[in-house]
Design a protein around this ligand. Structure first.
Ligand code: PEP
Ligand code: MN
Length: 357
């Protein structure tokens, strides 16, 4: 559990909740949403001013003209305000406008040049602002850690991480795959930083926000960032995943918190074990496929009057697999035993074919 206050008055023992629209669209939309959220006790408001869109032609954010709207949110509601930055110009404009917290988006944290530019800008300005780094779009923990390190090396003291899931090709239940073991491993590697969950971008749909939020609480995440819009169906970006402030309030109140204690960690252990079960199933499927191919080879050898065991082939295969295992950080003796056992079973299956008339 992290201990440092991310913003004055926000107790690190309480979940950090950041909420607000995906994008600032109009002053009216920002103010209406902000007033409703503040009415429910929200303390940190979010709104994207610059939007990284996948394709040209999408809504790319209102830009600097939206910054005074966030200033107004701060003055009228007392909430802290936050936005996404991706370039030097964004950082300069956001800090100039008095934005209280910055976050770095998933497309930006995947790019070390952009991360370094942001870090250098933060170092040059020297203002002590908290920065949250979203995971890169691709499931690369080292890239995520590297992005966080660049911000830290710039002298930023209050740094946190946001888990927003990882993209995958094709259609899936989630917009971005949770792959919980990755943020869990980040927490193990950097236990001092807060890690919050972004169920809006993981789920991509309203109905997944509550279950994903609860799951993240159960795993000991330190908070949530959730998209909320006064009129979600008409939102200019991410309409399917935004909820009204009323709905957000219901979701937050339905969550069972862990009273600050990280579940050290039966739930995260359960998830990691599920991941192990899944990987073991994959391993078994691959082994099953290998045995099928071996039986086909057995059939070929039988038809061509060849012996089951070809000595040279065995030696080459063993050497190649042991070298590969070594490169992957596994012991040579371990791989020799695994391959010997697999080979023994393959030979047994081929001998069965030889026995069949
Ligand atoms: C966002 O928070 O609106 C956003 C663009 O998120 P991500 O970088 O996770 O896609
Ligand atoms: Mn969004």
């Amino acid at each position: 559990m992290y201990t440092q206050e991310l913003l004055p008055g926000l107790d690190p023992k309480e979940p950090l909740i950041i909420c607000g629209p995906c994008s600032a669209e109009t002053e009216d939309q920002v103010m209406t949403t902000a007033r409703d959220l503040a009415g429910y006790g929200a303390k940190v408001f979010r709104a994207g001013i610059w939007k990284p869109r996948t394709k040209p032609g999408g809504f790319e954010g209102v830009g600097v003209k939206g910054l005074p709207w966030l200033k107004r949110v701060k003055e009228e509601t007392g909430m802290y305000v936050s936005t996404e930055v991706a370039t030097k110009a964004h950082v300069e404009a956001a800090l100039e406008a008095g934005i209280d917290l910055l976050w770095i988006g998933a497309r930006t944290s995947a790019n070390p040049f952009a991360m370094q530019e942001i870090a250098d800008t933060l170092a040059a300005i020297g203002k002590d602002v908290p920065v949250l780094v979203k995971n890169p779009v691709n499931p690369d923990l080292e890239l995520w850690i590297g992005a966080i390190q660049r911000i830290r090396n710039a002298g930023v003291k209050r740094v946190g991480a946001i888990h927003r899931g990882f993209s995958a090709y094709g259609k899936h239940l989630y917009r971005n795959m949770p792959q919980w073991h990755i943020p869990i491993e980040l927490g193990r590697r950097m236990p001092e930083i807060p890690i919050i969950c972004d169920p809006s971008h993981i789920g991509g749909k309203r109905e997944l926000i509550a279950p994903l939020s609860q799951q993240s609480f159960d795993m000991g995440f330190d908070g949530l960032i959730i998209e909320s819009h006064c009129n979600p169906d008409e939102a200019w970006s991410d309409a399917a995943q935004q909820v009204t402030p009323d709905a957000l309030n219901l979701i937050i109140n339905s969550l069972v918190p862990l009273n600050g204690a990280k579940p050290d960690s039966t739930e995260s252990l359960t998830l990691l074990r599920q991941e192990i079960d899944r990987l073991d199933n994959e391993l078994l499927e691959v082994l099953g496929k290998r045995m099928r191919v071996c039986r086909e080879i057995g059939q070929y050898k039988k038809e061509h009057g060849m012996r089951v065991v070809q000595g040279a082939r065995y030696g080459d295969m063993m050497k190649n697999r042991i070298d590969l295992a070594h490169e992957m950080g596994m012991g040579e003796e371990f791989m020799r035993r695994v391959m010997a056992a697999i080979h023994e079973e393959s030979v047994r299956q081929q001998l069965e074919i030889f026995k069949n008339k």
